[in-house]
Design a protein around this ligand. Sequence first.
Ligand code: ADP
Ligand code: MG
Length: 407
Amino acid sequence: MTGEPHVRSIDELDVSGRRVLVRVDFNVPLREVPGGGREVADDTRIRAALPTIEELRSRGARLILVSHLGRPKGEVVPELSLAPVAKRLGELLGAPVALAPEVVGDRARALANGLSDGELLLLENVRFEPGEERNDPELALSLAELADLYVDDAFGAAHRAHASTEGVAEQLPSAAGRLLEREVNTLRGILESPEHPLVAIVGGAKVADKIAVIDRFLTLADALVIGGAMCFPFLRAQGHPVGSSLCEEQDVEHARAALATSGEPGTASLLLPTDLVIADAFAADAEHRVLDGVDVPEGWMGLDIGPATAAAYAAEIGRAGTVFWNGPMGAFEMERCAAGTRGVAEAVAGAPPHPGLGGGDSAPALARFGLEDRVDHLSTGGGATLEMVEGRELPGVRALEAQGVSL
Ligand code: ADP
Ligand code: MG
């Protein structure tokens, strides 16, 4: 490596026999179990943390895992206990995972101090503590007192300056876990030294969250492919009627500015839909039809890109050297609005050699089509990815770099 900013990796920590506090992202969906209780409905994020956990265990570390789950807002919410996560993690590791009944305090400390080499303890949901989200230095200190070293593997939480991500990193010798390291390096690779052409695909529904991402890719990418509800502010700005499609007035202004920028030399070519799947309601049993063109009639809404658009997007992706994808092309959860996202997913899965994906709903979309193993890298952090693309420094990553030596 050169003098680039560099996150310390766990190679640089001597963990044997030491208590290592590991921030993981176990913010997984739960479901009710018939007869009472909850279980993990999707363990993708738990599996994503296994390489770091297993490596540290095999190197003789005593692991104290810490994560948030949902938004308990500083109060103990029993439905958001990490108990189902401890159970699932134990099954995946084939080893017992003790759950501390609290985040910090005497009982947590006693359990942490009682660990032997290779053993694991999971602390209770860190957002049960009111100090977590406000990055309270006292909470950071209490967390630091449980351990000798700190490893951050929670890329999905790295854009938050919280006590268990940023605060504690300043209190202990710290390093990035394998997942966080891979996420940051992959994204930096895409942003700083992509193999051209770089094709960025941006879709989804949260248009306002992604305006800055569009701006960045207009200057970085060779082609910027727009789908999902994201396309309607653009189509509206071009003067097309959008019917009752999702389209906020302030986003139309942003889209107009992006369209103006995209005409300038050296910017990405902007691809917009030329046909759509429209429906008369946002429902699986609504009437659906393919619209040849993009003038959405009154009383109808666009819920997917059309077949000609999907084919054009797939062709563009097929020519790519690097692909970045964030957000589905339509309301893919409904089968009749899934074809556009499926077409793009298949093109991304088939596109050599360096696809990179921006997490969020692109991951479940790929999983739905059985393609999740066919891409190089599937990000676990939607929000963190978007902020990195925008060019913002992530507090969780900066905290690890602050101590890191530039190699
Ligand atoms: P991500 O999580 O990948 O960043 P978003 O959260 O912004 O993406 O958006 C994902 C959601 O967007 C999906 O649930 C999908 O149903 C919805 N969506 C996509 N296209 C449309 C559309 N044309 N109209 C309404 N909703 C859409
Ligand atoms: Mg989302």
